[in-house]
Design a protein around this ligand. Structure first.
Ligand SMILES: [Zn+2]
Length: 317
């Protein structure tokens, strides 16, 4: 049994108590406006601003009612992260554990200060946010976030990956890396492993945005976790049916210990409280039901939604 603890905003928690987990989500975001001008995926801008604590609580209540217990809030520093706001949400809803993140998003989001900061400065900031608290509070984060671009790792992104590895070596905290359309995942895994990061503490994100088995297998063969975390994105990407079938193929190939599922519902259109949907409960209800219809038993559901996230998130003895 895993006796490690994960670091939620309200304190360390036994991994065994984390329960059904969404590994990559957002509750409060405010991306830099300049990003919307450069990146069409950030448009319309208003849709990417999540600024209602009240609505976040409403969404989490529905998630909890559907059996959800833990949500990893992966909004990085330069995307409008709001630690105090998240703590207020967590206090209002103690039945859901919220784990916050340190780290950075794509190079395009770096302002002058972060362009100039060196690896050591960024690593020290991450370590401080994990060990002491973020944004001049005593509330600590439990995950490190980094990001890479489309078929490239920008020097600023490489700087963050190196800092993340230093912070991992100091704290054992897990690292999540955003990929752009699933590209560069294998190279990120190699780079982090070379810097001493254990593959069980690496999660390569968004691999369901490019359902290319050859690419995904190359990442999995590095021994790291991957996530299919863009379910319900029928508007932009690929039907959930293909993703679930694909996930099932990966299980049949023996990769079940390395897979996680989430929604990355960081837009108003995905929240019922903003008048959209399907809300976070979509994963524990619709997606789990569909996986069971495909023949998944309780043990396998537990592995993907409880055990793998818990093993990844636990880092405190
Ligand atoms: Zn995200």
């Amino acid at each position: 049994m895993n006796e490690m603890k994960a670091q939620t905003l309200l304190g360390p928690k036994d991994v065994a108590e984390l329960g059904f987990t969404l590994i990559h989500e957002h509750l409060l975001t405010k991306p830099p406006k300049v990003l919307a001008e450069r990146d069409i995926s950030i448009q319309p801008y208003e849709d990417t601003v999540l600024d209602s604590k009240e609505y976040a609580v409403q969404e989490l209540k529905r998630f909890a009612k559907a059996g959800g217990r833990t949500l990893v809030e992966t909004t990085p520093i330069t995307y409008g992260r709001d630690i105090i706001g998240l703590v207020e949400i967590a206090k209002e809803l103690p039945q859901v554990n919220i784990i916050a993140s340190t780290g950075f998003y794509l190079a395009e989001t770096f302002d002058k200060k972060w362009c100039e900061a060196d690896v050591k400065y960024i690593a020290n900031l991450m370590i401080r946010e994990i060990k002491e608290g973020a944004d001049n509070t005593t509330y600590k984060v439990g995950v490190i976030k980094a990001a890479t671009g489309l078929f490239r790792i920008h020097p600023l992104e490489e700087k963050v990956l190196k800092a993340a590895a230093i912070a991992y070596n100091e704290t054992n905290a897990p690292i999540q890396v955003h990929t752009t359309y699933g590209t560069m995942g294998d190279q990120v895994a190699d780079m982090l492993k070379k810097e001493g990061v254990s593959p069980e503490k690496i999660l390569i994100l968004h691999l369901d945005t490019n359902l290319d088995k050859w690419c995904i297998r190359r990442v999995l063969e590095k021994g790291v976790y991957i996530s299919f975390d863009r379910l319900a994105r029928v508007r932009h990407y690929i039907p959930d049916e293909w993703k679930l079938k694909f996930l099932n193929d990966l299980v049949e190939e023996g990769f079940e210990d390395q897979l996680m599922v989430s929604m990355d519902a960081g837009r108003r259109i995905y929240w019922k409280s903003y008048g959209g949907g399907p809300g976070f409960e979509y994963i524990p209800t619709t997606i789990v039901t569909r996986l069971k219809e495909m023949g998944w038993d309780e043990k396998l559901i537990e592995k993907i939604f409880v055990k793998n996230p818990g093993d990844f998130l636990g880092f405190i003895r």
